[in-house]
Design a protein around this ligand. Structure first.
Ligand code: ITT
Length: 177
């Protein structure tokens, strides 16, 4: 059993499909404003491990759009809350280069252990409209091939996603220990 500290149900169900024995803890932790996902994902670790006294993971993820020089990136949660998908589509109006990627960094630790971190990425493009009602966040505007992530079932998203890559790497590491 692992505690996954997150407020995001969408992230949790995707992680649960990979790990099985996960417990969501919506306890909040100190999320710093930093330049990298790694700094955000590692900063809160000591705090949550000592509070929960067990195996803990947390994850920080973001959408990086080439034409916007990586925006919203580490500000993805704020971007989603404020301008949202329609705001991103607006910023991308008339923009030819639609390349973007999602990146996920998962951090894991047990009491008395130095945290380990694993990263994952998925490359795709920003669509011209929001499509699909599955998934969450930026999924409807992020396309891989002909489909948006918002049109994919969790099993399909988990074959290609940033989160699936970082979490499968962690699972591999745990299985091999
Ligand atoms: P926690 O920090 O509580 O885990 P959060 O929703 O704030 O939840 P992040 O800071 O990691 O999570 O994510 C930043 C935002 O990026 C998030 O609010 C989503 O809108 C978006 N995002 C992350 N992963 C995504 C995915 O797989 N598909 C679509 N949007 C995603």
């Amino acid at each position: 059993m692992i505690y996954f500290v997150t407020s995001n149900k969408g992230k949790f169900v995707e992680a649960e499909a990979i790990f099985g024995d996960l417990v969501q803890k919506n306890i909040g932790y100190t999320e710093i404003q930093a330049d990298t996902l790694e700094e955000v994902a590692s900063f809160g670790m000591n705090e949550v491990v000592s509070r929960l006294q067990g195996p803990v993971m947390l994850e920080d993820a973001g959408l990086f759009i080439d034409a916007l020089k990586g925006f919203p990136g580490v500000y993805s949660a704020y971007g989603q809350k404020t301008i949202g998908n329609q705001g991103i589509l607006k910023l991308m109006e008339g923009v030819q280069d639609r390349k973007a990627h999602f990146r996920s960094v998962v951090s894991y630790a047990e009491p008395g252990m130095e945290p380990v971190m694993f990263a994952g990425e998925v490359h795709g493009r920003i669509g011209h409209e929001a499509r699909g009602t599955k998934g969450f966040g930026y999924d409807p505007i992020f396309c891989v091939g002909k489909m948006s992530l918002g049109e994919m079932e969790i099993v399909e998203k988990n074959k290609i996603s940033h989160r699936a890559a970082s979490m499968k790497a962690l699972k591999n590491w745990l299985d091999k220990r």
